[in-house]
Design a protein around this ligand. Structure first.
Ligand code: OGA
Ligand code: MN
Length: 341
């Protein structure tokens, strides 16, 4: 029972502190790598779903579900891990959306509490302007909420505190949940977390949602992280797992209510968010004309229209070189509820 657990029995905190430590840095030898040699869980077949249009997959930046590598963990059978199911250009599509599309009014961000008003501009446009760079605005964005806004003080959602969930993000989550066997999932709230190389997220459970039986979907992009997953109380010693760019973690069943944390961002050399055959060398100090000639061609139908010019692409790649983006998605309402009121 938790109330009988003394401070010394907070085994979660001990592990959290260990991985957060700077001097000396921790050893990562016990952190699980979900790779081809992964043996600490079972491989789970994707649920076959009705014919998905090739276009739908491509517009969401996803590989065909039959090629997804899905696992669970011996210590946490209800924790599902999808190893990067994104196409080479797919990751960049979502990174771009998280940086340039979502952090703007009327979505909520932490910038308000730093007395930074976005008015009509996006955070990205402001942050990459000469004034924004002087103020180091790129470093100041920590979170954005979409759909039902998470209220960080009351930890409650309310009907009059909501914005729109972007349609493509909703479709992405619907499809991912379906492939994992969760037919009726609806993405109703999103928290986007922006981590820098020294950021961490303390031990917590996510319990603000009336619907605690729907899975929680968590997407990782950019730099890697050590993720800790524990149990219903902090007494359970957590398991450490590496999350890399493109990986999707899905908390279901008992694990939906488990303590978890991100003690550390781990900067890596790999750049799976950018197509290997893509020449980025041109993006530095290029003229306007050259910029127009140097465009990132997305293969998918919908992606084709979202070409990134060189300067933008250069700035995005620079951002993710030292940052991690987490898209954390929840279903809020119970199937029997029409609204929160
Ligand atoms: C959260 C969360 C985990 C992550 O936002 O509640 O647990 O991987 N994020 O960043
Ligand atoms: Mn969480």
């Amino acid at each position: 029972m938790e109330n009988t657990v003394g401070i010394s029995e907070d085994n979660f905190k001990e592990v959290f502190k260990y991985y957060k430590r700077r001097k000396p840095p921790p050893s990562f030898k016990d952190v699980l790598h979900v790779n081809d040699a992964f043996q600490d869980g079972l491989s789970i077949p994707p649920t076959s779903i009705s014919v998905i249009e090739e276009d739908e997959l491509q517009s969401l930046g996803l590989l065909p579900p039959k090629d997804w590598k899905i696992f669970n963990f011996i210590s946490h059978p209800d924790l599902l891990f999808v190893r990067n199911p994104f196409t080479e250009n797919g990751q960049l599509k979502w990174i771009d959306a998280c940086l340039r599309e979502y952090p703007r009014n009327p979505n909520k961000t932490n910038l308000e509490s730093c007395n930074i008003a976005l008015a009509d501009s996006s955070w990205w446009d402001l942050a990459t302007s000469p004034e924004g760079r002087k103020e180091d605005l790129l470093k100041k964005l920590r979170w954005v909420t979409l759909g039902y806004h998470h209220n960080w003080d009351t930890k409650e959602y309310s009907e009059d505190m909501q914005g729109v969930m972007p349609q493509d993000l909703k479709r992405l989550c619907k499809l991912v949940a379906k492939v994992l066997g969760y037919e009726d999932f609806i993405a109703e709230a999103a928290i986007l977390n922006f981590y820098h190389s020294d950021s961490s997220l303390g031990p917590h459970t996510d319990h603000s949602e009336p619907n605690m039986s729907a899975p929680l979907l968590s997407f990782s992009f950019g730099q890697s992280a050590v993720f800790l997953i524990g149990g219903a109380t902090k007494k359970t010693r957590p398991t450490a797992i590496f999350l890399h760019s493109g990986d999707i973690l899905v908390m279901t069943g008992a694990t939906r209510q488990a303590y978890h944390a991100v003690p550390r961002v781990v900067c890596v050399d790999e750049t799976p968010w950018i197509a290997k055959n893509c020449d980025n060398s041109k993006s530095e100090g290029v003229s306007e004309l050259e910029q127009d000639n140097c465009r990132l061609k997305f293969k998918g139908k919908q992606l084709e229209t979202q070409e990134l010019n060189c300067t933008v692409k250069h700035d995005i790649l620079n951002y993710v070189k030292t940052s991690r983006i987490n898209i954390n998605i929840r279903q809020v309402l119970l199937p029997s509820m029409q609204s929160l009121s």
